[in-house]
Design a protein around this ligand. Structure first.
Ligand code: CP3
Length: 364
């Protein structure tokens, strides 16, 4: 690995990376024919893996995100354990963007992310850095992406990701996860102008951040609107969709890369149809929608999903049947198999392997 004189790593240029051997997932995203169904799992690098726990016991979560060697190591762990996986996702978190804007975010054991000083009133937006220098605040993610792409050595594509504006805003106002989103919803109903100002600032940052990830080596991008399903159809149309759409158009104007949108639970009237008219290649759906219904509503987009993560607690034989049923609903083409949301810490790694095998056992 090359190192600059100040000890930081100088990034490898895209042309220096070895050729990609397994491009099945990229082809599925572009709507091209595939010989098998590509598969990966959201949160595939995480606490269900003992080898992840081993690294995590000595390092704080965000220290892992900020240390390219560690982020690279845990990103590769799922591929080392399951060599037939069709992609690696870079280990990081969506909340690195609020950090880049000057907010403190801690990962608290048993609780998840906590913002000690969340946004309370619209005036608090003034305290944020609305136009952070992306290279100096998030360059560590680009370093991790670059190193990971190098170490994957062409085995599979590397996925980069970002949180979507509304989901990030919800965390910044709630100060952590929330069932009701009461505080964030107060902004939507009471302060729509300030809300749009914040969502646009986040959008501008996300676009530059995602383009930077591609320039550092990411071969596919996914945008997580994890709170998309909490919005009314009208609010989804006003506060989520235009920003999601803008992100895809602007990133694609800058770099040629397949993009996926995961608006978790956003099966509201008209939401899937509207996402189908954006520039995303792939729409990721959760388990609350029938695959055949998603097909009818999502036009000719590639679909990703959507096994209930709970199915990984079933007997292996049951899991195989559930996967086969899911594949029957989606079909084998223009399809990327995944869970409807991420792996749980209590999942048995062996069942993740069974899931991957069950998908690959389904042929045309
Ligand atoms: O998918 C992957 O393997 C890549 C890495 C990844 C993480 N977070 C690692 C992580 C990705 C893509 C994310 C995205 C993310 N982070 C989202 C969007 C997807 C979703 O789940 O809806 C959200 C909402 C977050 C914010 C976040 N980070 C939460 C709510 C939590 C706590 C989760 C929990 O179950 O406690 C995290 C922590 C986190 N992010 C962990 C990992 C591996 C576990 C942290 C630990 O090791 O203690």
């Amino acid at each position: 690995m090359k190192r600059a004189s100040d000890g930081t790593r100088s990034r490898m240029s895209l042309s220096a990376f070895p050729a990609l051997k397994n491009d099945c997932m990229l082809r599925a995203a572009r709507g091209e024919a595939t010989e098998w169904i590509p598969v990966w799992m959201m949160r595939q690098a995480g606490r269900y893996l003992p080898e992840y726990q081993e690294v995590r016991k000595d390092a704080d979560f965000f220290t892992m995100c900020r240390t390219p060697e560690l982020a690279c190591k845990v990103s590769l762990q799922p591929l080392e354990r399951f060599p037939t996986l069709d992609a690696v996702i870079i280990f990081s978190d969506i909340l690195v963007i609020p950090q880049a804007m000057g907010m403190e975010v801690l990962m608290v054991k048993g609780k998840g992310p906590v913002f000690p000083d969340p946004l309370k009133v619209p005036e608090d937006i003034q305290k944020l850095t609305l136009k952070p220098d992306i290279e100096s605040t998030l360059g560590y993610v680009f370093d991790a992406v670059n190193l990971t792409r190098e170490r994957i050595a062409g085995r599979v594509p590397l996925i980069g990701f970002s949180g979507a504006p509304f989901t990030l805003m919800a965390y910044m106002i709630e100060g952590g996860g929330s069932r009701t989103l009461s505080k964030a919803k107060t902004w939507l109903f009471k302060h729509p102008e300030a809300t749009h100002k914040l969502l646009q600032a986040l959008t501008d940052i996300i676009v530059e951040y995602l383009v930077g990830k591609v320039k550092a080596g990411a071969q596919m991008l996914q945008v997580f609107e994890s709170n998309g399903g909490d919005l009314t159809p009208d609010h989804f149309t006003e506060f989520s969709l235009p920003y999601l759409s803008q992100i895809a158009s602007r990133v694609k104007a800058a770099v040629d890369v397949p993009m996926t949108v995961f608006a978790r639970g956003a099966n509201q009237e008209g939401a899937l149809e509207a996402l189908a008219s954006t520039e995303y290649n792939t729409i990721s759906v959760d388990w609350r929608i029938e695959p055949s219904d998603a097909r009818k509503r999502a036009g000719n987009k590639t679909l990703q999903g959507n096994l209930d993560p709970g199915a990984l607690y079933a007997a292996p034989e049951t899991l195989r049947k559930l996967v086969a049923k899911m594949v029957k609903g989606f079909g084998t083409q223009r399809y990327i198999a995944n869970l409807g949301h991420g792996m749980h810490p209590s999942h048995d790694p062996e069942m993740a392997g069974n899931f991957i095998d069950a998908v690959h056992a389904c042929t045309n």
